[in-house]
Design a protein around this ligand. Structure first.
Ligand SMILES: *[C@@H]1O[C@H](CO)[C@@H](O)[C@H](O)[C@H]1NC(C)=O
Ligand SMILES: *[C@@H]1O[C@H](CO)[C@@H](O)[C@H](O)[C@H]1NC(C)=O
Ligand SMILES: *[C@@H]1O[C@H](CO)[C@@H](O)[C@H](O)[C@H]1NC(C)=O
Ligand SMILES: *[C@@H]1O[C@H](CO)[C@@H](O)[C@H](O)[C@H]1NC(C)=O
Length: 443
């Protein structure tokens, strides 16, 4: 029937429209579904990724779970290194108003206390199967180890096991370092060396060991050294926000810079050679340095200029003003030598090291920058200008360790802007050149 036909036709037109709509709708639905799946994948992928980035040794969980956890372990090794096995950290009990790594100009004037964390009781947790307390030796009150010791809580072994199976932050080995004078090259070198000693002493594998900087200092010019020398370095302040608990198979608390062999007893320092080599090779400078060529000595004056290094800095003391005059006089007196002034204020450590490695005689005011003497070529020389009140002989001792000839000259200056005694420097320089070019062995 035509009416029916018409109805059918209309209906089928309607149906066509319907089915088209359905196709479009299902097409959209597929798209929406794909979109949702992609978003989900990205999100989950990202969270896996952060888990892995944060925790490079995640896969060790099964290995640790398959053995018995170490019972109540905390010991002090070699007087100044603390060591724990199978410990977990409750990160919220590490308190502080800063996380560290801030841009310097955003934290100018902040107090020093703000740059250190407080470790409340329960921050470090030792699993103990019995209710006995771990034997914790006495430690110097000043030592960060002493503050960490106060934070130790003894928890049932089951709890440690539970944390291990739940947390996504598992580290095989961690060396904790609380830096003090983080913008001072001398103390930074002390702290780097202490950490290096921990690696040697405990035979740590650089690939599976992380260094935690457990201070909240803002960004500093020497921070890069940590990342350049050690493979995995984390600011604890940044990590602690990401997780409530961190499980660590072997935790070592490094010695403080103040107690470093470099500062305390710098004679025949164990591991120092290897440390120097390690730093030089970190910066691609481990080829043999040439001994001084006395036909054309590379004489460098290292300047001290004013600069703000940290939030409480009032600028630098012992600044020198007339280095241009000194350079001109030296060029007159030693016309065959290669003479220039170095300014390390805003150049990266790698470039500084390169300059130092290509210096035969370094002249400088007493100051932390002289720690560079550790990296001078053997049989080169250091002329240290000392003023009253700044005459400790750390750099002399380090020079001896590095087989660098050291000579100090004294000037009577008390102001912060020091005029270099050009004639005096020339005279001392002549004796130094005689010494290193006569090829007699000194000391
Ligand atoms: C774990 O400790 C229990 C009880 O002390 C002991 O029987 C077992 O052999 C240990 N397992 C391993 C893998 O060491
Ligand atoms: C660390 O990893 C690198 C590259 O994977 C490897 O060549 C090196 O031997 C490893 N070092 C140690 C001590 O396992
Ligand atoms: C860490 O958390 C604290 C407190 O929740 C917050 O103030 C701070 O900005 C966070 N820091 C980072 C680096 O996420
Ligand atoms: C250094 O200078 C001060 C003030 O000019 C003077 O009193 C002092 O005797 C001088 N010391 C030496 C060792 O020349």
């Amino acid at each position: 029937m035509p009416g029916e036909n018409k109805k059918l036709e209309r209906c089928s037109a309607w149906q066509v429209l319907c089915s088209k709509l359905i196709v479009i709708y299902s097409y959209l639905e597929v798209k929406v579904a794909i979109f949702i799946i992609v978003v989900w994948l990205i999100l989950t992928k990202r969270s896996w990724k952060t888990a892995y980035q944060y925790d490079p040794h995640f896969e060790i969980r099964d290995k640790i779970l398959s053995r018995n956890l170490t019972d109540c372990s905390f010991k002090v090794v070699s007087k100044n290194y603390g060591m724990c096995k199978d410990v977990f950290l409750s990160t919220h009990l590490c308190k502080g108003s800063r996380t560290g790594g801030e841009k310097l100009d955003t934290v100018m004037g902040q107090s020093e206390e703000m740059e250190y964390f407080q470790f409340d009781k329960g921050f470090m947790n030792l699993g103990c199967s019995k209710k006995n307390k771990p034997a914790i030796p006495n430690i110097d009150k000043e030592h960060v180890l002493s503050r960490l010791k106060e934070s130790i809580a003894v928890v049932p072994m089951e709890m440690t096991r539970e944390v291990l199976s739940e947390t996504s932050a598992i580290f095989e080995t961690v060396v904790m370092v609380e830096r003090r004078e983080y913008v001072n090259l001398f103390y930074t070198m002390c702290e780097l060396f202490n950490t290096f000693i921990a690696f040697e002493m405990f035979h740590l594998n650089e690939n599976t060991t992380s260094v935690f900087l457990i201070d909240a200092h803002p960004e500093g010019a020497l921070d890069a050294l940590w990342y350049d020398i050690f493979k995995h370095v984390y600011r604890f302040g940044h990590q602690k926000n990401k997780t409530n608990t961190i499980f660590i198979e072997t935790l070592i608390v490094s010695n403080m810079g103040w107690f470093s062999p470099i500062r305390i007893q710098p004679v025949n320092i164990l591991y120092l050679d290897k440390f120097q080599q390690n730093i030089l090779s970190s910066y691609g400078l481990d080829e043999c340095a040439s001994v001084p060529n006395c036909e054309k000595l590379r004489i460098r004056f290292l300047a001290r200029h004013d600069r703000i290094y940290h939030p409480r800095s009032k600028g630098i003391g012992r600044r020198t003003s007339n280095e241009q005059e000194l350079i001109e006089v030296l060029e007159d007196v030693f016309p065959y030598d290669d003479i220039k002034a170095l300014n390390f204020d805003s150049i990266p450590f790698s470039k500084q090291l390169y300059e130092i490695r290509h210096t035969d005689i370094l002249i400088s005011m007493h100051g932390a920058a002289l720690t560079h003497v550790l990296f001078m070529p053997p049989y080169s020389a250091l002329l240290e200008i000392r003023i009253p009140g700044f005459s400790h002989d750390a750099f002399e001792a380090l020079a001896a360790e590095a087989r660098v000839y050291h000579k100090a000259t004294y000037i009577n200056a008390s102001s912060d802007d020091i005029e270099l005694p050009v004639i005096q420097i020339v005279q001392v320089l002549k004796t130094i050149i005689d010494k290193i070019c006569s090829r007699v062995t000194w000391k």
